[in-house]
Design a protein around this ligand. Sequence first.
Ligand code: SF4
Ligand code: SF4
Length: 449
Amino acid sequence: MDKTSEDVRLNSLTEKLRLRLDGDQLTNCMRCGFCLPACPTFAETGIEAESPRGRIALMKAVKDGIMAPDVAFEEQMNHCLGCRACEPACPADVKYGQLIEQARDAIEDHTKTHRGWVKLVRHTAFQTIFPNQKRVRWMGKGLRFYQTSGMRTLARKTGAMKMFPKHMREMEEILPDVAVQGVVEQIGILHPAKGEKIATVALFRGCLMDVLFADTNIHTVDLLTEAGFEVVIPEQQNCCGAMHAHSGEIEGARSLARSNISIFKAAGVDYIVSNAGGCGALLLEYDHLLHEDEQWKDDAMWFAERVIDVSDLLVRMGRLLVFSEREENQCVRITYQDSCHLRNVMRSSDAPRRLMRQVTGVEFVEMKEAERCCGSAGTYTLTQPVMSGQILDHKMEHVRATDAQYLLTSNPGCLLQMMHGINQHGLNGQMKAVHIVDFLHERMCGQDE
Ligand code: SF4
Ligand code: SF4
């Protein structure tokens, strides 16, 4: 890019950032630094610009016209995991998540920091596959064909996988077997409550979840019906838009939100249940996502008020369930990796722990820094593999120290990252990463009499 076109790009990006960044939120930051110890990128680097306070200061400097958003600025914004651990730590209630999304939304329109293959992956994922549930299923079928037709074995034996970046090869190694059919195709749409109905809830099935972990969706329905909820799974629902929103594709996220709101509103349910922290957090913030949209803002509020994580719903409103370890004469040790968005946005960390402690014959061990991000963070493993790997290595030291046989999580991205960590750190055979819903389902003995 010559100097003139680079100047045009920077001027236009500066304009967009000034327009989109929320000046009130930037001013709310009083530079106290309470958020610094909570931030994984600051913990890894010790650099102020890699902290929430540092990133806010950079955004404010651009907003106030003190600096221009150069490539280093873009990189600092892209290094942020979007884990939002800085928000609960902030005494001034600065909405950091909104600020980073505004910054990325502006940057995305003008970026030149993505490498060619990243651009291709982003375009295919955001514009082509995820906005359309049928294409998500076709992607699943393609993956399934790759896994079962002998192509996978061939690709690994011939070294064809070496064409792909290292982190993509590593993720391919741990990818679970893809389900041929999603939850609706397997068990249908409507599921009556066991015993007297407490409420009618809609399951948000997710896209990754329904392709890679369809059994978890089925198990979620079983837990909910057993606990007294009637479950409906609206068939036309779409991707939540979280990956779009966190990657600066806000308009794509808004469009998916509008579609989901109209579909779930038509179902007329009491609650909208998520079993994936990453999806649940964005669903919960549909009201903010559409707060400037006069036509949709009331319906978005209706939707957001009903969103709840499965663990929270079971603990807060469900009938008490009995869970018991199947392995007799053996105490099973488990630990838990929080989903950042479940903990920091949905503010749910107690309910999963209460459920795990409810299982007889199981010892729950709290992992050191369980609340800290695992480095998964949506597409972060692909776009920032070095930092992601560094964070994962530290996480796995704490995982190993628990000596647990099961590492439970509440989000498909975290689950894949934990599987990857177990594989990379030679813990296969000693430890298994499992979604909390699957773990509970396998040990469910029915309602407490
Ligand atoms: S979202 Fe996470 S990585 Fe980003 S600044 Fe906040 S704590 Fe740090
Ligand atoms: S804790 Fe909040 S107010 Fe304090 S520096 Fe961090 S973002 Fe700013």
